[in-house]
Design a protein around this ligand. Structure first.
Ligand SMILES: Nc1ncnc2c1ncn2[C@@H]1O[C@H](COP(=O)(O)OP(=O)(O)OC[C@H]2O[C@@H]([n+]3cccc(C(=O)O)c3)[C@H](O)[C@@H]2O)[C@@H](O)[C@H]1O
Ligand SMILES: Nc1ncnc2c1ncn2[C@@H]1O[C@H](COP(=O)(O)OP(=O)(O)OP(=O)(O)O)[C@@H](O)[C@H]1O
Ligand SMILES: [Mg+2]
Length: 246
């Protein structure tokens, strides 16, 4: 976070959202609301920037998502006073996976579902003359912990400069419901999935390692940083539009 205090951090984000919307001529933003912390904070800052009437939430349950997430999405949107659409994706996912060469691998299915969510958000956004608001933070961006062209794809990324710990700080500042703040971060690819278990590192460790790597020119200072640097390097293709000669 470039600001010294949280109020200044929120003001910078609000300005980015307002200026981007003004320059685009769009009427509002649409946010995929998962019931998790990143989308809650993205929606909350968008409401601060634009007002509730210009923010639309879309919850997209699938076979691996939990009814608790749906309940949290509803509570969040109720608290923020924004409209929430629910678009179940199971039928489309089932059709796409009824292809003989596809194994029912949860990561394959999860990545496909994440790309379908992206396509659904763009569809709704275009129909309403809205922009798609992303929810990615710097921690997941730096290690490539997202679906390429899926949840990482958006028109505006108001949280991309924030470490995960800063996302929590903004959540506290903006009064995001406790059940969302206290929930373990998850991609929701399978029941009980946890980011920290899948990655093998806590967000606290990742934030600390990434900050130190940045400070030391990406020269690791310890074993943890060596391991995190492997993730950073392996995911560099996700931080460019496409490998090309352009
Ligand atoms: N070197 C390279 N140069 C250019 N392109 C390269 C490449 N290596 C792979 N690729 C391409 O990238 C694809 C693999 O990337 P991708 O499809 O993203 O798939 P992948 O990185 O294998 O999986 C996504 C990971 O992100 C996690 N995730 C996803 C979504 C949300 C969240 C969350 O926190 O909520 C977490 C998920 O749990 C999983 O661990 C390959 O199939 C290939 O098309
Ligand atoms: N079921 C869903 N419905 C709508 N959007 C979703 C759904 N699952 C994921 N997304 C979108 O994909 C984004 C990336 O998911 P991710 O799990 O990283 O964030 P989060 O769920 O908001 O936060 P966290 O899981 O870290 O608490 C979400 O912020 C949201 O915009
Ligand atoms: Mg999540």
């Amino acid at each position: 976070m470039l600001c010294k205090d949280i109020g200044c951090a929120v003001t910078r984000i609000k300005d980015l959202i307002r200026q981007t919307l003004w320059a685009s001529g769009a009427r509002g933003v649409v946010v995929g609301i998962s019931g998790g912390i990143d989308s809650a904070v993205a929606a909350a800052v968008a409401v601060k920037a634009l007002g509730a009437d210009h923010v639309l939430g879309v919850h997209m349950p699938s076979s691996s998502s939990s009814p608790l997430d749906h309940a949290d999405a509803e509570e969040l949107c109720g608290t923020l006073g924004i409209e929430l659409l629910t678009v179940p994706l199971d039928g489309v996912v089932a059709a796409a996976f009824a292809v003989p060469c596809l194994t029912d691998d949860p990561v394959l299915r999860g990545n496909y579902t994440a790309r379908l969510r992206m396509a659904t958000l763009y569809n709704i956004a275009a129909a309403r003359h809205y922009l798609v608001c992303g929810t990615s933070n710097k921690t997941e961006y730096m290690i490539g912990y997202s679906t390429k062209w899926g949840d990482s794809a958006a028109d505006i990324q108001p949280l991309l400069h924030l470490w995960k710990k800063d996302v929590y700080a903004v959540a506290e500042e903006l009064g995001v419901p406790r059940s969302i703040i206290e929930k373990a971060p998850s991609a929701g690819f399978w029941e009980g999935q946890s980011d920290e278990e899948e990655l093998g590192f806590s967000y606290q460790e990742l934030d600390a390692a990434l900050m130190s790597l940045e400070e030391h020119g990406f020269v690791p200072q310890n074993v943890l940083e060596e391991q995190v640097l492997v993730l950073v390097n392996k995911s560099s293709h996700k931080r460019i539009s496409a490998v090309s000669l352009l």
